[in-house]
Ligand binder design. Sequence first.
Ligand SMILES: C[S@@+](CC[C@H](N)C(=O)[O-])C[C@H]1O[C@@H](n2cnc3c(N)ncnc32)[C@H](O)[C@@H]1O
Length: 225
Amino acid sequence: MTTRWIRWSLPFFGCLAVAFFSLSWWFLHATPGQYRDVFNLVYRHPMGAFNRQPNQLLMDTVASITPGRALDVAMGQGRNAVYLSTKGWDVTGFDVSDEALRQADVRATEAGVRIRTVRESSEAFDYGREQWDLIVFSYAFAPIRDPAYIRRIHDSLKPGGMVVFEHYIGVPGVQSAIGTVPPAELPRLFADFKILRHDETTAKSDWQFGRRARIARLVAIKRGD
Ligand SMILES: C[S@@+](CC[C@H](N)C(=O)[O-])C[C@H]1O[C@@H](n2cnc3c(N)ncnc32)[C@H](O)[C@@H]1O
């Protein structure tokens, strides 16, 4: 009996393992163009209806600050950009997925607000210098572990400008395009900023069907000159 179970289950778990590692390999090596194709498919599928509510950390954080110019990195279907716009922010958001941007524009129209949407990758977007009062990374696919990228983000903020970040905690040592961070890494990456809040916790992801996961959150501001 045991031998038969092993004979039947081995190919099954073998296939599962191969699928898992292939998917992980793809996620780690895919180009922005390949992510565009995948996310266009995901967002066009009925299962691609992700959370429409804005991110809680973002709502809590902006509740007490004066609106200005905001950038929503890898904005997806626009839940955060539309929210900020309804609160008086001048919002630009970008994403690689055309379908994400189309849906974000529809949501903005439904909410009676205007947002600027740009089809670009996190790697290639022109963040500019001293442009933004707020930059949002909500489960954003961006090279957040790259110190040169953090420097670009820093330089693109106005003095006193703020970063709000929330994403999954990723596997230590594995470089990833998908914007996750290893445990305890954010304070090191944002060492030049004044950190107002940093926590790592097991909680429901507010993007992916409320899946429970290890999540990192950070609120930091660019120090004044
Ligand atoms: C997990 S979703 C998060 C969406 C949104 N920020 C939110 O919280 O609802 C990740 C988004 O990253 C986008 N994306 C993937 N690779 C990207 C890249 N290289 N540059 C910019 N956006 C990218 C996807 O199209 C997708 O909309």
